[in-house]
Design a protein around this ligand. Structure first.
Ligand SMILES: Cc1cc2nc3c(=O)[nH]c(=O)nc-3n(C[C@H](O)[C@H](O)[C@H](O)COP(=O)(O)OP(=O)(O)OC[C@H]3O[C@@H](n4cnc5c(N)ncnc54)[C@H](O)[C@@H]3O)c2cc1C
Length: 446
Protein backbone atom coordinates (compact mmCIF):
# COMPACT_ATOMS: atom_id res chain seq x y z
CA UNK A 1 0.00 0.00 0.00
CA UNK A 2 1.27 3.47 -0.90
CA UNK A 3 1.13 5.36 2.42
CA UNK A 4 0.56 9.10 2.13
CA UNK A 5 1.28 11.77 4.70
CA UNK A 6 -2.02 13.61 5.11
CA UNK A 7 -2.49 16.87 7.00
CA UNK A 8 -6.00 17.78 8.14
CA UNK A 9 -6.79 21.30 9.30
CA UNK A 10 -9.39 21.47 12.08
CA UNK A 11 -10.59 18.86 14.58
CA UNK A 12 -14.32 19.53 14.26
CA UNK A 13 -16.58 16.64 13.26
CA UNK A 14 -15.56 17.03 9.57
CA UNK A 15 -11.82 16.94 10.34
CA UNK A 16 -11.94 13.97 12.71
CA UNK A 17 -14.18 11.86 10.47
CA UNK A 18 -11.92 12.54 7.46
CA UNK A 19 -8.90 11.72 9.63
CA UNK A 20 -10.37 8.35 10.59
CA UNK A 21 -11.31 7.62 6.99
CA UNK A 22 -7.73 8.30 5.81
CA UNK A 23 -6.24 6.24 8.64
CA UNK A 24 -8.50 3.37 7.55
CA UNK A 25 -6.98 3.68 4.07
CA UNK A 26 -3.54 3.23 5.60
CA UNK A 27 -2.43 6.86 5.39
CA UNK A 28 -0.42 8.64 8.07
CA UNK A 29 -2.66 11.42 9.35
CA UNK A 30 -1.94 14.54 11.41
CA UNK A 31 -4.84 16.78 12.44
CA UNK A 32 -3.98 20.30 13.59
CA UNK A 33 -6.49 22.07 15.84
CA UNK A 34 -6.11 25.60 17.20
CA UNK A 35 -8.22 25.00 20.32
CA UNK A 36 -7.18 22.88 23.28
CA UNK A 37 -10.08 20.46 22.69
CA UNK A 38 -11.59 18.65 19.72
CA UNK A 39 -15.15 19.20 18.45
CA UNK A 40 -15.17 22.73 16.99
CA UNK A 41 -18.80 23.85 17.00
CA UNK A 42 -19.76 20.82 19.11
CA UNK A 43 -19.13 21.88 22.68
CA UNK A 44 -20.94 20.85 25.86
CA UNK A 45 -20.48 22.76 29.11
CA UNK A 46 -21.72 21.80 32.59
CA UNK A 47 -22.34 24.49 35.18
CA UNK A 48 -24.32 24.35 38.46
CA UNK A 49 -25.80 21.01 37.37
CA UNK A 50 -27.08 22.35 34.01
CA UNK A 51 -25.66 20.70 30.88
CA UNK A 52 -25.57 23.09 27.91
CA UNK A 53 -24.75 22.48 24.27
CA UNK A 54 -23.22 25.51 22.55
CA UNK A 55 -23.55 24.05 19.04
CA UNK A 56 -25.75 21.22 17.81
CA UNK A 57 -28.19 19.94 20.44
CA UNK A 58 -29.16 16.80 18.58
CA UNK A 59 -28.04 14.47 15.82
CA UNK A 60 -30.83 13.36 13.55
CA UNK A 61 -30.31 9.82 12.19
CA UNK A 62 -32.30 9.29 9.01
CA UNK A 63 -30.05 7.38 6.63
CA UNK A 64 -28.18 4.09 6.54
CA UNK A 65 -24.97 6.01 5.88
CA UNK A 66 -25.22 7.81 9.24
CA UNK A 67 -26.04 4.54 11.05
CA UNK A 68 -23.07 2.80 9.38
CA UNK A 69 -20.73 5.62 10.36
CA UNK A 70 -21.83 5.54 14.01
CA UNK A 71 -21.68 1.73 14.13
CA UNK A 72 -18.24 1.57 12.53
CA UNK A 73 -16.80 3.63 15.38
CA UNK A 74 -18.95 2.00 18.11
CA UNK A 75 -20.71 5.28 18.89
CA UNK A 76 -24.29 4.10 18.64
CA UNK A 77 -24.21 2.13 21.89
CA UNK A 78 -23.43 5.36 23.78
CA UNK A 79 -26.27 7.31 22.15
CA UNK A 80 -29.15 8.67 24.20
CA UNK A 81 -32.50 8.90 22.38
CA UNK A 82 -34.59 12.02 22.80
CA UNK A 83 -37.52 11.52 25.19
CA UNK A 84 -40.70 10.44 23.42
CA UNK A 85 -42.50 13.57 24.61
CA UNK A 86 -40.22 15.65 22.43
CA UNK A 87 -41.92 14.44 19.24
CA UNK A 88 -44.48 17.14 20.09
CA UNK A 89 -43.49 20.54 18.69
CA UNK A 90 -45.01 23.96 19.11
CA UNK A 91 -45.21 27.24 17.21
CA UNK A 92 -46.42 30.65 18.25
CA UNK A 93 -49.52 32.02 16.54
CA UNK A 94 -51.36 35.15 17.68
CA UNK A 95 -49.24 35.20 20.85
CA UNK A 96 -50.33 31.69 21.83
CA UNK A 97 -48.32 28.51 21.97
CA UNK A 98 -49.91 25.96 19.63
CA UNK A 99 -48.92 22.33 19.18
CA UNK A 100 -48.16 21.23 15.62
CA UNK A 101 -50.35 18.42 14.24
CA UNK A 102 -48.86 14.91 14.54
CA UNK A 103 -51.40 13.11 12.33
CA UNK A 104 -54.29 13.70 9.90
CA UNK A 105 -56.93 14.07 12.66
CA UNK A 106 -54.95 16.53 14.73
CA UNK A 107 -54.21 18.41 11.47
CA UNK A 108 -57.92 18.93 10.91
CA UNK A 109 -58.48 20.17 14.49
CA UNK A 110 -55.26 22.21 14.80
CA UNK A 111 -55.30 26.02 14.77
CA UNK A 112 -51.79 26.01 13.30
CA UNK A 113 -53.30 26.90 9.89
CA UNK A 114 -56.55 28.69 9.03
CA UNK A 115 -59.21 26.67 7.12
CA UNK A 116 -58.10 28.44 3.89
CA UNK A 117 -54.46 27.55 4.62
CA UNK A 118 -55.40 23.90 5.20
CA UNK A 119 -57.33 23.71 1.91
CA UNK A 120 -54.40 25.28 0.04
CA UNK A 121 -52.02 22.74 1.60
CA UNK A 122 -54.29 19.87 0.53
CA UNK A 123 -54.09 21.07 -3.10
CA UNK A 124 -50.37 20.17 -3.21
CA UNK A 125 -50.76 16.88 -5.16
CA UNK A 126 -52.55 18.78 -7.93
CA UNK A 127 -49.90 21.50 -8.41
CA UNK A 128 -47.78 20.83 -11.51
CA UNK A 129 -43.99 20.64 -11.24
CA UNK A 130 -41.89 23.65 -12.24
CA UNK A 131 -40.92 23.60 -15.94
CA UNK A 132 -37.26 24.63 -15.53
CA UNK A 133 -36.80 22.20 -12.59
CA UNK A 134 -36.47 25.22 -10.29
CA UNK A 135 -32.69 24.90 -10.31
CA UNK A 136 -32.01 28.04 -8.27
CA UNK A 137 -35.36 28.21 -6.58
CA UNK A 138 -35.31 29.39 -2.98
CA UNK A 139 -36.93 27.37 -0.19
CA UNK A 140 -39.53 30.16 0.17
CA UNK A 141 -40.45 30.15 -3.55
CA UNK A 142 -40.78 26.36 -3.56
CA UNK A 143 -42.99 26.24 -0.45
CA UNK A 144 -45.23 29.11 -1.54
CA UNK A 145 -45.65 27.56 -5.00
CA UNK A 146 -46.45 24.04 -3.76
CA UNK A 147 -47.95 24.48 -0.28
CA UNK A 148 -49.18 28.06 -0.08
CA UNK A 149 -48.21 31.25 1.71
CA UNK A 150 -49.56 30.27 5.11
CA UNK A 151 -47.43 27.11 5.32
CA UNK A 152 -44.45 29.29 4.40
CA UNK A 153 -45.23 31.86 7.11
CA UNK A 154 -46.27 29.54 9.95
CA UNK A 155 -44.49 26.27 9.14
CA UNK A 156 -41.34 26.77 7.09
CA UNK A 157 -40.27 30.26 8.19
CA UNK A 158 -40.02 29.30 11.89
CA UNK A 159 -38.48 25.91 11.00
CA UNK A 160 -35.67 27.51 8.95
CA UNK A 161 -35.15 30.06 11.73
CA UNK A 162 -34.68 27.12 14.12
CA UNK A 163 -32.42 25.00 11.90
CA UNK A 164 -30.28 27.55 10.04
CA UNK A 165 -30.97 30.80 11.98
CA UNK A 166 -31.93 32.05 8.51
CA UNK A 167 -34.89 33.00 6.33
CA UNK A 168 -36.34 30.53 3.78
CA UNK A 169 -35.93 33.30 1.15
CA UNK A 170 -32.11 32.96 1.47
CA UNK A 171 -31.85 29.18 1.17
CA UNK A 172 -31.47 27.49 -2.22
CA UNK A 173 -33.74 24.43 -2.10
CA UNK A 174 -31.51 21.98 -4.00
CA UNK A 175 -28.64 22.61 -1.56
CA UNK A 176 -30.57 23.04 1.69
CA UNK A 177 -33.07 20.20 1.19
CA UNK A 178 -31.91 18.13 -1.79
CA UNK A 179 -34.33 15.27 -1.03
CA UNK A 180 -37.32 17.66 -1.28
CA UNK A 181 -35.99 18.98 -4.58
CA UNK A 182 -35.46 15.44 -5.89
CA UNK A 183 -38.90 14.33 -4.67
CA UNK A 184 -40.61 16.98 -6.81
CA UNK A 185 -38.41 16.10 -9.80
CA UNK A 186 -39.12 12.37 -9.46
CA UNK A 187 -42.77 12.27 -8.39
CA UNK A 188 -44.10 15.72 -9.36
CA UNK A 189 -45.47 16.22 -5.84
CA UNK A 190 -44.28 16.03 -2.24
CA UNK A 191 -47.47 14.19 -1.26
CA UNK A 192 -47.12 11.45 -3.91
CA UNK A 193 -43.40 11.26 -3.19
CA UNK A 194 -44.02 10.68 0.53
CA UNK A 195 -46.59 7.99 -0.22
CA UNK A 196 -43.96 6.18 -2.31
CA UNK A 197 -41.19 6.58 0.28
CA UNK A 198 -39.55 9.71 -1.23
CA UNK A 199 -36.52 9.96 -3.50
CA UNK A 200 -33.78 7.34 -2.85
CA UNK A 201 -35.89 5.30 -0.35
CA UNK A 202 -33.17 2.61 -0.13
CA UNK A 203 -30.86 5.08 1.67
CA UNK A 204 -33.40 5.86 4.41
CA UNK A 205 -33.95 3.90 7.60
CA UNK A 206 -37.50 2.89 8.53
CA UNK A 207 -37.55 4.74 11.86
CA UNK A 208 -35.51 7.90 12.25
CA UNK A 209 -33.84 8.70 15.59
CA UNK A 210 -32.91 11.91 17.36
CA UNK A 211 -29.94 11.39 19.63
CA UNK A 212 -27.39 13.02 21.90
CA UNK A 213 -25.06 11.64 24.58
CA UNK A 214 -24.88 11.55 28.37
CA UNK A 215 -22.18 14.24 28.41
CA UNK A 216 -23.83 16.22 25.60
CA UNK A 217 -22.88 16.42 21.93
CA UNK A 218 -19.18 17.00 22.74
CA UNK A 219 -19.04 13.27 23.48
CA UNK A 220 -19.36 12.49 19.74
CA UNK A 221 -16.05 14.13 18.61
CA UNK A 222 -14.35 13.00 21.85
CA UNK A 223 -15.21 9.36 21.19
CA UNK A 224 -14.24 9.58 17.52
CA UNK A 225 -10.91 11.30 18.27
CA UNK A 226 -10.10 8.60 20.85
CA UNK A 227 -10.17 6.04 18.01
CA UNK A 228 -7.41 7.74 16.00
CA UNK A 229 -3.98 6.10 15.89
CA UNK A 230 -2.43 9.55 15.84
CA UNK A 231 -4.41 11.85 18.18
CA UNK A 232 -5.09 15.43 16.91
CA UNK A 233 -2.41 18.00 17.68
CA UNK A 234 -4.27 20.48 19.92
CA UNK A 235 -3.47 24.14 20.51
CA UNK A 236 -1.72 24.58 17.16
CA UNK A 237 -3.13 27.29 14.92
CA UNK A 238 -2.15 26.91 11.27
CA UNK A 239 -0.78 30.19 9.93
CA UNK A 240 0.85 29.35 6.60
CA UNK A 241 0.44 26.74 3.86
CA UNK A 242 2.92 26.55 1.02
CA UNK A 243 2.59 24.41 -2.12
CA UNK A 244 6.16 23.61 -3.22
CA UNK A 245 7.24 22.37 -6.67
CA UNK A 246 3.67 21.21 -7.40
CA UNK A 247 4.17 18.12 -5.16
CA UNK A 248 4.77 19.01 -1.52
CA UNK A 249 2.75 20.81 1.10
CA UNK A 250 4.64 22.70 3.79
CA UNK A 251 2.34 23.45 6.73
CA UNK A 252 3.30 25.91 9.43
CA UNK A 253 1.49 26.46 12.71
CA UNK A 254 1.95 28.30 15.97
CA UNK A 255 1.37 26.59 19.30
CA UNK A 256 -0.34 28.24 22.29
CA UNK A 257 3.04 28.96 23.88
CA UNK A 258 4.28 30.72 20.72
CA UNK A 259 6.40 27.90 19.26
CA UNK A 260 6.47 27.52 15.45
CA UNK A 261 5.76 24.03 14.14
CA UNK A 262 6.58 23.09 10.50
CA UNK A 263 5.93 19.84 8.65
CA UNK A 264 5.80 18.61 5.07
CA UNK A 265 2.88 16.54 3.71
CA UNK A 266 1.65 14.90 0.49
CA UNK A 267 -1.91 16.13 1.01
CA UNK A 268 -3.70 18.96 2.83
CA UNK A 269 -7.39 18.67 3.67
CA UNK A 270 -8.86 21.87 5.01
CA UNK A 271 -12.04 21.64 7.12
CA UNK A 272 -11.80 25.10 8.67
CA UNK A 273 -14.84 27.38 8.68
CA UNK A 274 -14.92 29.63 5.61
CA UNK A 275 -14.24 32.72 7.75
CA UNK A 276 -10.95 31.17 8.95
CA UNK A 277 -9.51 30.71 5.45
CA UNK A 278 -8.31 34.30 4.96
CA UNK A 279 -6.42 34.22 8.27
CA UNK A 280 -3.97 31.76 6.69
CA UNK A 281 -1.10 32.80 4.40
CA UNK A 282 -1.43 30.65 1.27
CA UNK A 283 1.76 30.51 -0.81
CA UNK A 284 2.35 28.97 -4.26
CA UNK A 285 -1.33 28.04 -4.76
CA UNK A 286 -2.60 27.89 -8.35
CA UNK A 287 -5.79 29.97 -8.90
CA UNK A 288 -5.34 31.40 -5.41
CA UNK A 289 -7.92 34.14 -6.17
CA UNK A 290 -10.57 31.41 -5.67
CA UNK A 291 -9.74 31.26 -1.96
CA UNK A 292 -11.48 34.62 -1.60
CA UNK A 293 -14.68 33.14 -3.13
CA UNK A 294 -14.60 30.47 -0.42
CA UNK A 295 -14.69 33.06 2.36
CA UNK A 296 -18.06 34.40 1.16
CA UNK A 297 -20.27 31.97 3.09
CA UNK A 298 -22.73 33.94 5.19
CA UNK A 299 -22.96 32.81 8.82
CA UNK A 300 -25.67 34.83 10.63
CA UNK A 301 -24.81 35.84 14.20
CA UNK A 302 -26.69 33.89 16.84
CA UNK A 303 -27.03 34.06 20.62
CA UNK A 304 -28.06 31.12 22.81
CA UNK A 305 -29.58 32.08 26.15
CA UNK A 306 -29.57 29.19 28.66
CA UNK A 307 -31.97 29.74 31.55
CA UNK A 308 -32.74 27.37 34.39
CA UNK A 309 -35.85 27.43 36.59
CA UNK A 310 -37.47 25.41 39.35
CA UNK A 311 -40.09 23.25 37.61
CA UNK A 312 -42.86 24.82 39.70
CA UNK A 313 -42.04 28.32 38.37
CA UNK A 314 -43.37 27.39 34.88
CA UNK A 315 -47.09 26.89 34.16
CA UNK A 316 -46.56 25.25 30.76
CA UNK A 317 -45.86 21.49 31.13
CA UNK A 318 -42.89 21.77 28.67
CA UNK A 319 -44.18 18.55 27.11
CA UNK A 320 -42.36 18.78 23.82
CA UNK A 321 -39.23 19.65 21.86
CA UNK A 322 -39.77 23.38 22.22
CA UNK A 323 -41.44 26.16 20.27
CA UNK A 324 -40.48 28.15 17.19
CA UNK A 325 -41.55 31.68 16.40
CA UNK A 326 -42.76 32.71 12.91
CA UNK A 327 -41.29 36.05 11.80
CA UNK A 328 -44.85 37.38 11.35
CA UNK A 329 -45.31 37.24 15.12
CA UNK A 330 -42.70 40.02 15.44
CA UNK A 331 -40.97 38.69 18.53
CA UNK A 332 -37.37 39.11 19.62
CA UNK A 333 -36.60 35.38 19.78
CA UNK A 334 -36.39 32.66 17.12
CA UNK A 335 -37.56 29.94 19.49
CA UNK A 336 -36.91 28.04 22.70
CA UNK A 337 -35.84 24.43 23.20
CA UNK A 338 -37.17 22.57 26.22
CA UNK A 339 -33.68 21.12 26.71
CA UNK A 340 -34.43 19.20 29.91
CA UNK A 341 -37.49 17.56 28.32
CA UNK A 342 -35.49 16.62 25.25
CA UNK A 343 -32.82 14.66 27.17
CA UNK A 344 -32.43 13.45 30.75
CA UNK A 345 -29.71 14.89 32.96
CA UNK A 346 -29.75 18.38 31.41
CA UNK A 347 -30.86 20.02 34.69
CA UNK A 348 -30.70 19.24 38.45
CA UNK A 349 -33.68 17.44 40.02
CA UNK A 350 -36.95 19.43 40.01
CA UNK A 351 -35.36 22.03 37.73
CA UNK A 352 -35.70 22.66 34.00
CA UNK A 353 -33.41 24.11 31.35
CA UNK A 354 -34.61 26.29 28.47
CA UNK A 355 -32.35 27.23 25.53
CA UNK A 356 -33.54 30.30 23.65
CA UNK A 357 -32.19 31.35 20.23
CA UNK A 358 -31.88 35.06 19.46
CA UNK A 359 -30.65 37.00 16.43
CA UNK A 360 -30.01 35.03 13.26
CA UNK A 361 -30.63 36.50 9.81
CA UNK A 362 -33.92 37.88 11.15
CA UNK A 363 -32.53 40.11 13.92
CA UNK A 364 -28.72 40.14 13.66
CA UNK A 365 -28.52 43.47 15.54
CA UNK A 366 -29.79 41.80 18.75
CA UNK A 367 -26.49 39.92 19.01
CA UNK A 368 -24.69 43.27 19.45
CA UNK A 369 -26.60 44.05 22.65
CA UNK A 370 -24.96 43.67 26.07
CA UNK A 371 -25.28 40.12 27.41
CA UNK A 372 -27.75 41.04 30.18
CA UNK A 373 -30.10 42.63 27.60
CA UNK A 374 -30.03 39.50 25.40
CA UNK A 375 -30.80 37.35 28.46
CA UNK A 376 -33.52 39.86 29.42
CA UNK A 377 -35.25 39.47 26.01
CA UNK A 378 -35.15 35.68 26.33
CA UNK A 379 -36.58 35.85 29.85
CA UNK A 380 -39.45 38.23 29.01
CA UNK A 381 -40.53 36.37 25.86
CA UNK A 382 -40.51 32.99 27.64
CA UNK A 383 -42.24 34.49 30.68
CA UNK A 384 -45.07 35.72 28.49
CA UNK A 385 -45.44 32.54 26.40
CA UNK A 386 -44.81 29.82 29.00
CA UNK A 387 -46.25 31.50 32.09
CA UNK A 388 -43.09 31.85 34.18
CA UNK A 389 -43.18 33.18 37.75
CA UNK A 390 -40.08 34.71 39.27
CA UNK A 391 -36.56 34.96 37.90
CA UNK A 392 -34.29 32.23 36.48
CA UNK A 393 -32.18 30.35 39.05
CA UNK A 394 -29.43 29.94 36.43
CA UNK A 395 -28.38 32.02 33.40
CA UNK A 396 -25.64 31.67 30.80
CA UNK A 397 -25.11 33.13 27.33
CA UNK A 398 -23.19 31.81 24.33
CA UNK A 399 -22.67 34.19 21.42
CA UNK A 400 -21.76 32.99 17.92
CA UNK A 401 -20.69 36.07 15.89
CA UNK A 402 -20.69 33.66 12.90
CA UNK A 403 -22.95 30.67 13.45
CA UNK A 404 -24.15 28.33 10.70
CA UNK A 405 -23.03 28.63 7.03
CA UNK A 406 -26.10 29.24 4.88
CA UNK A 407 -26.61 27.21 1.67
CA UNK A 408 -27.50 30.38 -0.24
CA UNK A 409 -26.96 31.73 -3.80
CA UNK A 410 -23.18 31.92 -3.21
CA UNK A 411 -22.86 28.16 -2.61
CA UNK A 412 -22.69 27.20 -6.30
CA UNK A 413 -19.63 29.46 -6.81
CA UNK A 414 -18.08 28.30 -3.53
CA UNK A 415 -18.44 24.63 -4.51
CA UNK A 416 -16.94 25.33 -7.97
CA UNK A 417 -14.05 27.25 -6.38
CA UNK A 418 -13.32 24.33 -4.02
CA UNK A 419 -13.29 21.77 -6.84
CA UNK A 420 -11.17 23.97 -9.15
CA UNK A 421 -8.61 24.46 -6.37
CA UNK A 422 -8.46 20.67 -5.94
CA UNK A 423 -8.01 20.11 -9.68
CA UNK A 424 -5.25 22.70 -9.98
CA UNK A 425 -3.34 21.93 -6.77
CA UNK A 426 -2.56 18.23 -6.47
CA UNK A 427 -3.25 17.04 -2.93
CA UNK A 428 -5.43 19.96 -1.79
CA UNK A 429 -9.05 19.50 -0.68
CA UNK A 430 -11.34 22.13 0.82
CA UNK A 431 -14.24 20.57 2.72
CA UNK A 432 -16.27 21.24 5.86
CA UNK A 433 -19.76 22.48 6.71
CA UNK A 434 -19.58 25.53 4.41
CA UNK A 435 -19.09 23.25 1.37
CA UNK A 436 -20.74 19.93 2.32
CA UNK A 437 -23.65 21.39 4.32
CA UNK A 438 -24.03 22.17 8.01
CA UNK A 439 -26.14 19.24 9.32
CA UNK A 440 -23.94 16.83 11.28
CA UNK A 441 -24.53 13.80 8.98
CA UNK A 442 -22.99 15.88 6.14
CA UNK A 443 -19.79 16.16 8.20
CA UNK A 444 -19.44 12.37 8.56
CA UNK A 445 -17.27 10.54 6.02
CA UNK A 446 -17.12 6.76 5.87
C1 LIG B 1 -25.52 27.13 17.26
C2 LIG B 1 -25.46 25.97 16.32
C3 LIG B 1 -26.42 24.97 16.41
C4 LIG B 1 -26.38 23.87 15.54
N1 LIG B 1 -27.31 22.87 15.67
C5 LIG B 1 -27.23 21.77 14.90
C6 LIG B 1 -28.11 20.67 15.13
O1 LIG B 1 -28.94 20.67 16.05
N2 LIG B 1 -27.99 19.58 14.32
C7 LIG B 1 -27.06 19.51 13.32
O2 LIG B 1 -27.02 18.51 12.60
N3 LIG B 1 -26.19 20.53 13.10
C8 LIG B 1 -26.24 21.64 13.88
N4 LIG B 1 -25.34 22.66 13.70
C9 LIG B 1 -24.32 22.54 12.63
C10 LIG B 1 -23.13 21.64 13.00
O3 LIG B 1 -22.90 21.64 14.39
C11 LIG B 1 -21.87 22.15 12.29
O4 LIG B 1 -22.15 22.36 10.91
C12 LIG B 1 -20.72 21.14 12.38
O5 LIG B 1 -20.47 20.79 13.73
C13 LIG B 1 -19.49 21.76 11.73
O6 LIG B 1 -18.39 20.88 11.85
P1 LIG B 1 -17.04 21.16 11.06
O7 LIG B 1 -16.06 20.17 11.51
O8 LIG B 1 -17.29 21.25 9.59
O9 LIG B 1 -16.61 22.64 11.49
P2 LIG B 1 -16.14 23.19 12.95
O10 LIG B 1 -16.87 22.49 14.02
O11 LIG B 1 -16.26 24.69 12.86
O12 LIG B 1 -14.61 22.77 13.02
C14 LIG B 1 -13.57 23.52 12.47
C15 LIG B 1 -12.38 23.47 13.42
O13 LIG B 1 -11.29 24.21 12.84
C16 LIG B 1 -10.57 24.84 13.90
N5 LIG B 1 -9.75 25.91 13.34
C17 LIG B 1 -10.14 27.12 12.84
N6 LIG B 1 -9.08 27.81 12.38
C18 LIG B 1 -7.98 27.01 12.56
C19 LIG B 1 -6.60 27.15 12.25
N7 LIG B 1 -6.11 28.24 11.63
N8 LIG B 1 -5.76 26.14 12.58
C20 LIG B 1 -6.21 25.00 13.19
N9 LIG B 1 -7.52 24.82 13.51
C21 LIG B 1 -8.41 25.81 13.18
C22 LIG B 1 -11.68 25.30 14.81
O14 LIG B 1 -11.20 25.60 16.12
C23 LIG B 1 -12.64 24.10 14.78
O15 LIG B 1 -12.34 23.18 15.80
C24 LIG B 1 -25.35 23.78 14.56
C25 LIG B 1 -24.37 24.78 14.46
C26 LIG B 1 -24.42 25.86 15.34
C27 LIG B 1 -23.36 26.94 15.26
Amino acid sequence: MNTKKVCILGAGLSGISLGLSHENKGNQVTIFEKDLRVGGVLQSIKSEGFLMDYGANTLSIRTKKTVDFLKQYEILEHAMDANQESSKRFIIRKNRIISLPQGPLSFLCSSFLSPVGKIRLCLEPFIGRKKDNGSDESMAEFVERRLGREVLDYGVNPFIGGVYAARPESLILKYAFPSLHDTELTFGSIFWGMIRGGAQPSEKISKSRLISFREGMQELPNRLAARMHNPPVLGCEIKKIEFKDDVQWCVQGETHDGKIQKEVFDQVICTLPSHALDKIEWVGINSSHLLETLTRAYHPPLALAFQGYQQRQIKHPLDGFGFLVPEKERRKILGTLFSSTLFQNRAPENSVLLTTFIGGERNPELCDLPQNEILGHAFRENQDLLGIEGKPIFEHLKLWPKSIPIPDHTLEDRKKAASTLTLENKGLQILGAHINGAPLPNCMVL
